[in-house]
Design a binder for this molecule. Structure first.
Ligand code: AMP
Ligand code: MG
Length: 359
């Protein structure tokens, strides 16, 4: 008893502290668990020459029409800035009107995208090439007029895709040679996801899954405080067939590049739209699909294209050193995932095997 009396103050302090810690813990937990009954609407459309699907969630469904319209408006703005299919987009105007060796003024946003792209080009040792348009133009894959070009014309077009001849300055770009052209085909859908995310952040939607061609913006939550389950396209299935499911939280963009997306066949050969900047021909790296999951949409899209060109080993090395999660499918239908996805990816399609990457 004398012990208790002597240490009364200390014991009271300890009990008060423990009680306080317990209450904080319970408070945090109960704030975490939401379980709100959110409702969803699905909207379909087109932008960037690709299909758009928006699944939007909110407690009050009536707000979702406006959110969908705001997203469409944002997508139109991006298309009007970046698309080579839009006759007066900023990119088309640059491609057409620059003078070799002189500075061509660009908007701040376009310059910031180009800075990220140049970094990606460096990090992937040129597998991602921001000025590959002379080659993609030649193959005509983005424009519907597909043709197998002569080797001579490929070599000539390749000489216009040299990033050493492309220099960014504070408010513009300098192309040192004639015939150079930017191409946002590999990053546009991902950077659109970044811009859509910003629209969502200021909107009344609580959660969303927006798919823009091969890129999917996953936003917020569905009210159940659980991760989103996102299906990855089966590269040898019909459109919408699922290779597997990955669990992600509502901050991620998921981009997939594959040889099944835009391709044509001539004399029994499949020519797809992902070009190896070293050869000027469709990349033949042994991969048929690459999925990249990260918070930066531009990066996820650009990387999925670049890693397709790089092949499994180099792409795995990139993924490990840059801590980015990826899913690879090889020609012989083997599926590899980075360590971060081992617990959250489930292969569901038949005919594929999930392999352990050992190197
Ligand atoms: P994605 O579907 O995201 O892989 O992008 C493919 C598109 O990006 C193509 O249709 C081309 O417009 C462009 N592209 C193809 N190969 C490359 C490359 N190596 N670097 C940058 N852009 C590319
Ligand atoms: Mg891409």
């Amino acid at each position: 008893m004398r012990f208790l009396a002597r240490y009364r103050h200390i014991i009271t302090a300890i009990i008060t502290f423990l009680l306080f810690a317990f209450l904080v813990f319970v408070g945090v937990k109960s704030k975490d668990i939401k379980n709100v009954n959110l409702k969803s609407n699905v909207y379909a459309g087109n932008a960037f020459g690709t299909a758009i699907k928006k699944t939007l969630y909110a407690e009050d469904k009536s707000v979702l029409g406006k959110v969908s319209d705001d997203i469409d408006k944002e997508l139109k703005d991006i298309e009007n800035q970046l698309s080579v299919r839009v006759a007066d987009s900023e990119v088309t105007m640059l491609n057409r009107n620059y003078a070799p060796g002189g500075k061509y003024k660009l908007s701040e946003t376009l310059l910031s995208y180009l800075e990220e792209e140049m970094q990606l080009c460096e990090d992937t040792k040129g597998a991602y090439n921001p000025c590959i348009r002379p080659i993609t133009n030649l193959w005509g894959i983005e424009d519907g007029e597909t043709t197998v070009p002569s080797d001579e014309s490929i070599q000539k077009a390749l000489s216009y895709c040299n990033t050493d001849n492309m220099e960014l300055c504070e408010d513009g770009i300098i192309f040192q040679e004639a015939n150079m052209m930017l191409d946002f085909g590999a990053t546009g859908k991902g950077l659109a996801c970044d811009r859509v995310r910003k629209v969502l952040e200021t909107s009344e939607a609580d959660g969303a899954v927006i798919s823009i061609g091969g890129s999917i913006c996953v936003y917020g939550d569905k009210g159940d405080n659980k991760p989103w389950h996102i299906g990855i396209q089966d590269p040898r299935g019909e459109e919408g067939d699922v290779l597997g499911i990955v669990d992600v939280d509502g901050t991620m963009t998921i981009s997939t590049s594959g040889d099944y997306e835009k391709y044509f066949e001539a004399d029994g050969v499949r020519y797809h739209h992902i070009i190896d900047p070293n050869t000027g021909y469709p990349a033949d790296s042994g991969l048929i699909s690459v999925t990249v999951i990260c918070e930066n949409g531009l990066l996820s899209d650009g990387l999925s294209t670049a890693c397709f060109v790089m092949g499994l080993d180099d792409a795995m090395e990139y993924a490990k050193s840059h801590e980015v999660d990826m899913i690879f499918v090889t020609k012989d239908k083997k599926v590899y995932v980075t360590d971060g996805l081992k617990k959250t990816f489930r292969l569901t399609a038949e005919g594929y095997t999930l392999e352990k990457y050992a190197k």
